[in-house]
Each structure stands twice: as structure tokens, then as C-alpha cells.
Design a protein around this ligand. Structure first.
Ligand code: ASP
Ligand code: MG
Length: 407
């Protein structure tokens, strides 16, 4: 008998039929003797619909009122699921974020959970009920409704699992686990049986959209046993997200190839090579609320140097405008930009203990005649910036070079 938190995403509860399927799955766990807390997303497309509705009234919706509107999507699903459970003979009760005492800060639209008082939920569980909680929402100290940012139901699930000290947090979605790379690009991509929190964080921040990044951080911090599974399959173990200890030495060095299409690269040429320059350039970019990713400064020569960095493609024009004003101020020669680039990364904790991964990666790209525009590394990741036309070719070449289809 275990205590399990199950989170169902929007497609898993997208129709009444699917909601009934979820109820049937929950009922099977209950019949086995498990205690189950279910966290639900809004029905697929619903949050987008509510957002569009709000924007029709106010082009920049008031943040507090927007959360009042957005939080209703999950409230519909939790009620419907409880009805489906009751129809299946399972006693169930729904809780909004506020009723579940999920307390957050007051940052509307992107609130962070500060505490969860699980007393009422535990009482219901002990009475033999299934508890269904609305994902993505909480309340601040003043009782205002808040939401946790898009994809936030994952974080609700993990936070509840941590607060209730659940045995496992299961994230049910429309894929059957985490893959070595996107199967739409590499047909031989393989589902991973397990991946570490750190690797999952890198994969998530590099564009793999299976889990909200914050939920992975949360799970790593509170050591929640986290599993990604398909809600459309009866069996299957999904992918377990684990801590690194106890990994098999024989496990592959690289776990996956991640990529991001939405990159843009900017270079400031002929920057004076003196203290404070990086700060003046990136400080202005940060002040404009633009997230910077890779940063490279070259070796100086003749008192000048070049400075490159990448941003999300949607911020390209804005960043360029900021640089143009800074450029004059610091006496840089020229600004170059390219918004037709992408980023491809090899991710794996095995890199820590195996030298030569970078050279293997660069050889595979060279053999395909792919020019590398920028390189950056961390302890468990090597990323390259490439012309966007090479994305598919590079992902396939690297998947093959690291034998990810075979492991
Ligand atoms: N319904 C919210 C969204 O679409 C939260 C979630 O599904 O995780 O972003
Ligand atoms: Mg999601």
C-alpha cells in the first residue's frame, strides 16, 4: 500500500471520455490498496482559450484578475473527475488550491509555492477518499488566487508529493516517457528507463517540454521520486527521474541530445578590452529584461576584443536595439546579429568521469561538414550553436555518434 500523487496533463483530461479513463485508472490503484491524490490540469486548450478571452477584454490583462480567470480551467476538471470517480464507485472529493492550503507568494501569473498544509487532505485520505486537487493554482497570504506559470500543474503535483511525503509522484502525459531525443527527428530515439534530475533539468531548459523546469528543481530539492508515464497506455514503467547515486557504471555517458530552434546570436565587435565592458553590455540587456544564454568573449588583441552571446529569437530585435545604444556609449566598432541559428546539446552525467566526449561530438559534426558557430560547456552538457539548417542533421549525427539508439 503506497501513497501516490498522480498528475494528469491537459490532453489526458481533454474530453469526458478521457476523464472517465483517468477515473478508471485511479480506481485500479485504489482497488490495489493505494491512497491516491490526483492533481489535474485544465482540459487541453482551455488555458489558452481563457487567456485569449482575457486579452480580448484587456490587451495587457490585470495580473490579479487574469489569475482569477485562468484558475477556472483546473476547477472544471477537478469537479468532473470527482464525478467520474463517484460514478465508478470511488469516494472522491475535490480541492481548489486555496482549499488545499497551497500558499504562494503574491507574484500573480508566476507565483511560487511557499507552503502546503496537508492536514485536510490527509484526513480525507485516511477516510478512504481519493483527493483531487486543482493544479497550477494557490492563494497568497491575503487570500488572493494565484497561478504558478504555464505548465505549473507539474509543480503542484511535485509539491504535494513532497508535502505529503508520498512514495511516488507520477506525471501522466501524452508521451510514454522521456526520450533520448525527439522521435520526430530521430526515428530510433529510445525511451529512457531513468534519467537523473540534473540531466532532466538540462533537457527541460533546452527545450524538451515533458516537464515544467520548476517541478524538476523542486523534485530534486525535496528528493521526490518522480516518474513520467503515458495516460494512454495500460502498462509501461515510463521514465523514472532519480538521484545520481546507484547508477550503473556501464550506463551510457550521454543520456540525450537536446536542441532549441529559437535561438539568436549577437556579436559586438571591436569592444575596448578593459574592465567593466561585459557588465556594461550585459547589464543593459538585463535591464531590458532579456534572458541571455551562452556568452563568449574572445582573447583581446590591440586593445580590443569581440563579445558574443545568444538570446531567445523572439528577443532578437529588442536586444539589437539595446546593443545599438550601448555600442555608441562604450565605443564598440560594430554589431552583428544572426537569428537563423539553433542550439544542439549533448547531455549526460557520465561526462564527469569520461574525457573525450567533446572531441567525439566535434568529430561527428565535422564529418557531416557542419560548422560550429559557438561552443559552451557545463559539467554535464556540451552545447553548440549552429546554422539552423543543420539542426536535424546534427541531432541525427550526434544520436548515432553516441550510440543512443542501441543502449
Ligand atoms: N493549465 C495550465 C497550462 O496550460 C497549467 C498546466 O497544464 O500545467 O499552462
Ligand atoms: Mg504540461
Amino acid at each position: 500500500m503506497a501513497l501516490i500523487v498522480q498528475k494528469y496533463g491537459g490532453t489526458s483530461v481533454g474530453t469526458p471520455e478521457r476523464i472517465r479513463n483517468v477515473a478508471a485508472r485511479v480506481a485500479r490503484f485504489v482497488a490495489r490498496g493505494d491512497r491516491v491524490v490526483v492533481v489535474v490540469s485544465a482540459m487541453s486548450g482551455e488555458t489558452n482559450r481563457l487567456l485569449a478571452l482575457a486579452r480580448e477584454i484587456q490587451s495587457q490583462p490585470d495580473p490579479r484578475e487574469l489569475d482569477v480567470v485562468l484558475s477556472t480551467g483546473e476547477q472544471v476538471t477537478m469537479g468532473l473527475l470527482c464525478m467520474a470517480l463517484q460514478a465508478a464507485g470511488v469516494d472522491a472529493r475535490s480541492y481548489t488550491g486555496g482549499q488545499a492550503r497551497i500558499l504562494t507568494d503574491d507574484a500573480f501569473n508566476k507565483a511560487r509555492i511557499s507552503s502546503i498544509d496537508g492536514v485536510a487532505i490527509r484526513r480525507d485520505l485516511e477516510a478512504g477518499r481519493v483527493v483531487v486537487v486543482a493544479g497550477f493554482q494557490g492563494v497568497d497570504a491575503a487570500g488572493n488566487i494565484t497561478t504558478l506559470g504555464r505548465g505549473g500543474s507539474d509543480t503542484t503535483g511535485v509539491a504535494l508529493a513532497a508535502a505529503l511525503q508520498a512514495d511516488e509522484c507520477q506525471i501522466y502525459t501524452d508521451v510514454d516517457g522521456v526520450y533520448t531525443t525527439d522521435p520526430r527527428i530521430v526515428g530510433e530515439a529510445r525511451k529512457l528507463d531513468c534519467i537523473t534530475f540534473e540531466e532532466m533539468l538540462e533537457m527541460a531548459s533546452l527545450g524538451s517540454k515533458v516537464l515544467q523546469i520548476r517541478s524538476v528543481e523542486f523534485a530534486g530539492k525535496y528528493k521526490v521520486k518522480l516518474r513520467v508515464l503515458s495516460s494512454f497506455e495500460e502498462a509501461g514503467e515510463g521514465t523514472l527521474i532519480t538521484v545520481e547515486e546507484g547508477r550503473n557504471m556501464e550506463e551510457p555517458i550521454i543520456s540525450g541530445i537536446a536542441f532549441n530552434r529559437d535561438e539568436a546570436k549577437l556579436t559586438v565587435l571591436g569592444v575596448p578590452d578593459c574592465p567593466g565592458i561585459a557588465y556594461q553590455i550585459l547589464g543593459a540587456v538585463a535591464d531590458a529584461n532579456i534572458d541571455v544564454d551562452m556568452i563568449i568573449q574572445n582573447v583581446g588583441h590591440d586593445g580590443a576584443t569581440d563579445f558574443s552571446f545568444t538570446v531567445n529569437r523572439s528577443e532578437f530585435d529588442k536586444t539589437k536595439a539595446v546593443l545599438e545604444s550601448v555600442c555608441e556609449h562604450i565605443g564598440a566598432r560594430e554589431i552583428q546579429g544572426d537569428n537563423k541559428v539553433c542550439k544542439v546539446s549533448a547531455v549526460g552525467v557520465g561526462m564527469r568521469s569520461h574525457p573525450g566526449v567533446a572531441s567525439q561530438m566535434f568529430r561527428a559534426l565535422a564529418e557531416e561538414g557542419i560548422n560550429i558557430r559557438m561552443i559552451s560547456t557545463s559539467e554535464i552538457k556540451i552545447s553548440v550553436v549552429l546554422d539552423e539548417k543543420y539542426l536535424e542533421l546534427a541531432v541525427r549525427a550526434l544520436h548515432r555518434a553516441f550510440r543512443l539508439e542501441a543502449a
